[in-house]
Design a protein around this ligand. Structure first.
Ligand SMILES: NC(=O)c1ccc[n+]([C@@H]2O[C@H](COP(=O)([O-])OP(=O)(O)OC[C@H]3O[C@@H](n4cnc5c(N)ncnc54)[C@H](OP(=O)(O)O)[C@@H]3O)[C@@H](O)[C@H]2O)c1
Length: 253
């Protein structure tokens, strides 16, 4: 599988108005990519484009709006072929078994799962036609094991890993690379509201660099930092009583 280079076309980053997506867009631009940046807050996107006017174009959109996503991909393709896609837009609202709420569940599913599906539907046809490209889907280490406080979030992020796994054998036939990206805790507006301890909390610059180097190396599962990723990968295989002996300590934090 040949991994796309800046000379192959544009990178498209969703959720680029803040946090991880903004930093990925900056690092890609600095390494020579032209980057189409998307999110709902057009003012934040415009401010970022102003810093990299030759390297970035703003394509504001709400990923939950199916038709708007199709139109946005058409706009980007008119600028040049999309070669690398980082589907990073996402949301996290803490929820627990103490006050489960289906409307809150649906709202997060709408962004994290349906929104990502809208982007995939729009971007896969041109990539398949060209038989070239790369897609990184931003999941989370929370997608590796159901942890207290993340009932909906873990569900959506586990779904994204399964989505990437299911797609990979088919996309391999078109020489389209796909990765599931699973960061641990990263300092962004999304985690700023957390009141519980966040082990191995990373700076956004280091997290974005790890994600890009994982994509450059065509790793399927880009799970980091290792100190948190490995314990979570291992506890999934523990017998249930042992698994819950560990996770119940996180309940009510
Ligand atoms: N920070 C962490 O510790 C961490 C860990 C693991 C995984 N992640 C994942 O990394 C991704 C980025 O998170 P972050 O920490 O950088 O959070 P963030 O700073 O809150 O960024 C979230 C981004 O998603 C965009 N977004 C949200 N809903 C959208 C929608 N309906 N349509 C288009 N864009 C939308 C937001 O832009 P607008 O509000 O302008 O639309 C924003 O640019 C998320 O998928 C998150 O789940 C984060």
């Amino acid at each position: 599988m040949s991994i796309p280079k800046p000379t192959d076309g544009l990178a498209w980053v969703t959720g680029a108005s803040s946090g991880i997506g903004r930093e990925i867009a900056i690092q890609l631009a600095k390494s020579g990519w032209r980057v189409a940046i998307s999110a709902r807050r057009a003012d934040e996107l415009a401010a970022l484009v102003a810093l990299y006017p030759d390297k970035m174009i703003a394509v504001p959109l709400d990923i939950t709006d199916h038709d708007a996503v199709l139109a946005a991909v058409g706009r980007i393709e008119a600028e040049g072929p999309i070669a690398r896609v980082i589907l990073n837009a996402g949301t996290y609202v803490r929820d627990t078994g103490d006050a489960f709420d289906a409307a809150r569940f649906r709202a997060q599913v709408e962004v994290n799962l349906i929104g990502t599906a809208n982007c995939l539907e729009a971007v896969l046809p041109p990539l398949r036609t060209r038989r070239r490209g790369q897609i990184g889907i931003v999941s989370s280490l929370a997608g590796l094991a159901g942890l207290p406080g993340a009932v909906t979030y873990a569900t959506t992020k586990a779904g994204l890993i399964a989505m990437a796994q299911s797609l990979k054998p088919d996309l391999d036939r078109y020489d389209i690379a796909i990765s599931a990206i699973c960061p641990g805790f990263v300092k962004t507006p999304l985690t700023a509201k957390n009141k519980f301890p966040m082990p191995f909390l990373m700076e956004v610059e280091a997290a974005a660099a790890t994600m890009i180097s994982g994509l450059d190396a065509d790793r399927f599962l880009i799970a980091f930092p290792a100190g948190l990723a490995w314990p979570l990968r291992i506890i999934r295989f523990l017998p249930a009583p042992l698994f819950f002996a560990i996770t119940k300590r996180m309940s009510n934090q």
